[in-house]
Design a protein around this ligand. Structure first.
Ligand SMILES: [Zn+2]
Length: 542
């Protein structure tokens, strides 16, 4: 018997993708971030000052004291004193993953897999031949109409599955079970028949570049638009990203991947200047898809249609991507509006227009905030409570605690600035003029907050601190928004300057009377005052 062939590598990759080494090590060693790395006291030798470093990005630890180094697996083995398989099991538990079945592949299975890819490769060749025959004329017209050149058809192995039972008839000498196991044929009351009939065929490749399945597009307008091979031993739809075999190198080079909704879009993007583009199979994006993409890097731009379905898909993507987030991830969302898709944009407006859409993508932080404000009525306490619950549930998915805290504090700021309206100052009722805010200034601010409520919200902290009642009648003035904002900013700077000068005066008195060590703080204030003047000067001249 041939030696057993274990294949752990896919699963260990999966673990390395899912688990942060900082989390894994952090369960045993208290870590602090300093510069690029995390540091702690080495668990493998005795020490009081930390010389054990963990690099999140590379997924490695290294001890400068004793030289121990490795990844999550070796750490788990050494620190628990367990073997490789037990370590994998332990990490799978931490990642919430089920241990795969690690039975060695038998010779029979290896033979089956070979037979499988022989059939699928043979079928792809036949489909392609049919595309250029008379029976495939309408399919060829369609695919050319979508802008596919013969080179593209060849590269992506596009073909045509005719109405008759091409595969069932052509592979009559292959065992029926084998043919059925590829998903290409089924057994009916009258014998074997083809699953794909009268479809435009797109082969689906695995990581090794083998064709393992097909996606067939209907040509007569019938729904569903696409049908895929149902899951087989060698094809799992949830774990397959369309176009990844062609895009992998480009994803490394571009240091990001672009995810579009459909296969035709993916191919047009890949050949139209965005070789780092892929698409999920069918519409639903899964965690497995993200995990696959994250093996290359954690920078993903989702580019979906601007319609409801596209918005929904993007919302789902945002939620799924959160557990994979790291502090150097760049996750973005772009929308192709006007009822178009990337294919049409490339065709009608060109790669430059498409680049504009991709470059204009909204970051995850802003997109998540948009979702919250769109889906909940944040002008009511109940709506705000629902929104807060949704947001905190989403943020819990971020596994890096430091990153999660940053997100929370960012949204706390936004919640205050936009949900708690500046009008909250109204309930104070009384019109208290703070010393230093004269009548003209007050009237101008009342005018600005009425004319430009968005400015009132942006500067709510500052305006709130002035204790002015903003529900007074707005005076009749004319000031554009830019001038209005300059007015607020310059007032803010002047107030700050006043505060600094008051402190400067106080500290100078202390310094002169030899009361306390204030020289450093005075220097600092001097620099701040200078900066303040600078900013005011700039405002005037803009
Ligand atoms: Zn050590």
């Amino acid at each position: 018997m041939a030696p057993a062939k274990y294949n752990y590598s896919n699963f260990t990759d999966e673990l390395r993708t899912r688990l942060s080494i900082v989390d894994v090590v952090g369960r045993r060693v208290a870590l602090n971030k300093k510069g690029q790395n995390f540091w702690g006291c080495c668990p493998f030798h005795n020490e009081k000052t930390p010389s054990f470093s963990v690099n999140e990005e590379k997924g490695f630890y290294h001890c400068f004291g004793c030289g121990e180094h490795g990844d999550i697996i070796s750490f788990t083995m050494k620190s628990n004193n367990i073997d490789f398989r037990a370590a994998i099991k332990e990490l799978a538990d931490q990642a919430g993953l089920k241990m795969p079945d690690y039975k060695p592949k038998s010779d029979a299975q290896i033979a089956r897999e070979k037979s499988y890819v022989d059939i699928t490769a043979g079928a792809a060749a036949m489909y392609q031949k049919k595309l250029f025959e008379e029976c495939g004329a309408h399919a060829l017209a369609y695919v050319r109409g979508r802008g596919f050149t013969d080179d593209m058809i060849k590269k992506y192995g596009i073909g045509y599955a005719p109405k008759n039972n091409l595969i069932a008839n052509s592979f009559a000498n292959v065992r029926q079970e084998m043919l059925i196991s590829t998903g290409l044929c089924r057994r009916g009351d009258y014998g074997m028949y083809d699953f794909f009939r009268d479809k435009l065929m797109f082969p689906i490749f695995n990581a090794h570049g083998q064709i393992v399945a097909f996606s067939g597009r209907s040509l007569d307008g019938s729904e569903p638009k696409y049908i895929n091979t149902t899951d087989t031993d060698m094809f799992h739809k949830r774990q397959t990203v369309f176009g990844l075999n062609f895009a992998r190198d480009a994803i490394h080079r571009a240091n990001r991947s672009i995810v579009v909704e459909g296969q035709i879009d993916a191919i047009k993007m890949q050949t139209g200047g965005f070789p780092e583009t892929v698409a999920p199979l069918g519409t639903a994006l899964t965690e497995d898809h993200i995990a696959l993409l994250c093996k290359s890097n954690r920078n993903i731009t989702f580019c979906f249609d601007g319609d409801n379905a596209g918005q929904k898909a993007a919302t789902r993507a945002a939620s799924i991507v959160l557990p994979f987030l790291r502090d150097n991830s760049d996750i973005r969302f772009a929308f192709v509006t006007g009822g178009k898709d990337p294919d049409e944009v490339l065709k009608t407006a060109g790669a430059g227009a498409m680049r504009g859409i991709i470059d204009g993508a909204v970051g995850l932080t802003d997109f998540l905030w948009e979702i919250v404000n769109k889906n909940y009525i944040t002008s009511t306490p109940g709506g705000r409570a629902q929104a807060e619950k949704f947001l905190s549930k989403e943020l819990e998915k971020i596994s890096d605690p430091a990153l999660r805290r940053e997100y929370e504090s960012e949204y706390n700021k936004r919640k205050f600035n936009t949900w708690r309206k500046w009008k909250k100052n109204d309930d104070k009722g009384a019109n208290i003029a703070l010393p230093g805010v004269d009548e003209i200034t007050k009237n101008t601010l009342v005018y600005i907050t009425n004319a430009y409520p968005e400015l009132a919200e942006r500067y709510v902290d500052f305006l709130g601190s002035l204790n002015i009642s903003f529900d007074a009648d707005a005076p009749d003035m004319a000031m554009d928004k830019i001038a209005a904002e300059k007015y607020i900013v310059s007032l803010k700077l002047q107030k700050y300057l006043e505060k600094l000068k008051a402190e400067q005066k106080e500290l100078t008195a202390k310094l002169l009377s030899g009361d306390g060590d204030v020289a450093e703080r005075l220097k600092e204030i001097g620099r701040e005052i200078e900066k303040c003047h600078d900013k005011i000067d700039k405002l005037v001249f803009i």
